[in-house]
Design a protein around this ligand. Structure first.
Ligand SMILES: Nc1ncnc2c1ncn2[C@@H]1O[C@H](COP(=O)(O)OP(=O)(O)OP(=O)(O)O)[C@@H](O)[C@H]1O
Length: 253
């Protein structure tokens, strides 16, 4: 049996004839921390939407742990062990950090165990608190968390569901420098027990925390490799620096 957790082949998505994905092939091994980059409109979010069942492809296949995901509904894909964060928050502000984690974890518990009175905190919730470093804030209302702490809570809510694959869409967007570093460490730690795909634009962040990078461009995989290999690729420089001339000077520095 192959060690590949995710095998995507010939994936196409068309919106009114426009090919947002145009034959994507992508293989991610079990236990990998893979970064996905590409300029605006490259198809990164569309790719995550297809893996998670939100968008149906016009052609191609997504095999996860040997099972075909195309054609399955979102909740079925979650149950198979694929978790994602959204760009909009899914945290309940009025609930505490612990309650948010407990609620997220509860989807795996059978109904009878939810109705039974429970003593203590489930192990998955404890582990999520510890991994995200939010133990001291367990009793705080989620509404008072900083932007960074909230992102970590969302990652914790995913971990509490025990997925095999986590898909994170720009986890450090809008974060201060110290929160970025903390997030990088968190992702590295999460990747010890899970396979993780991270969509991220920030090159400095990639340089520090990414080992394998896939570059998406115009709905296709342009290249893959280490951060250094990818940055040295003239085609990558062209797509980023082409835009840099339009104002985003730091794109591949
Ligand atoms: N529902 C939709 N209907 C029509 N076009 C869409 C739809 N969703 C995405 N697109 C188009 O598909 C292309 C890929 O979009 P996508 O959001 O996947 O890119 P991205 O790489 O995630 O970009 P960004 O970095 O800006 O988030 C874009 O040209 C976008 O306008």
């Amino acid at each position: 049996m192959s060690d590949n957790l995710l095998e995507i082949r010939g994936l196409q998505v068309a919106f009114d004839g426009f090919r947002a994905l145009d034959g994507v092939d992508l293989t991610v091994g079990a236990g990998e921390l893979r970064f996905l980059i590409g300029p605006n409109g490259a198809g990164k979010t569309t790719l995550i939407d297809v893996i998670t069942g939100l968008t149906r492809p016009t052609a191609g296949s997504v095999r996860f742990g040997g099972q075909e995901l195309v054609g399955r509904r979102e909740h079925q894909i979650v149950r198979l062990g694929v978790g994602r964060t959204f760009q909009t928050s899914v945290v309940f502000e009025e609930l505490t950090v612990l309650e948010n984690l407990d609620l997220a974890a509860s989807f795996r518990r059978p109904l009878w165990s939810l109705l039974r009175s429970r003593r203590g905190v489930p192990e998955t919730v404890d582990k999520a608190l510890e991994t995200t470093g939010l133990t001291a804030l367990a009793g705080s209302r989620a509404g008072v968390l900083s932007h960074g702490q909230r992102q970590w809570l969302e990652i914790g809510m995913l971990i509490a569901q025990e997925p095999r694959l986590l898909l994170l869409d720009e986890p450090v967007a809008g974060m201060a420098q110290d929160e970025r570093a903390r997030t990088g460490e968190l992702l590295t730690q999460v990747a010890r027990d899970h396979t993780v795909i991270v969509v991220e634009h920030d090159m400095e962040f990639l340089r520090r925390y990414a080992s394998q990078v896939t570059v998406l461009h115009e709905g296709r995989v342009l290249t893959e490799g280490s951060v250094e290999q990818v940055r040295a690729d003239p085609r990558v420089q062209e797509i980023y620096l082409g835009r840099a001339r339009e104002g985003a000077e730091d794109a591949v520095r």
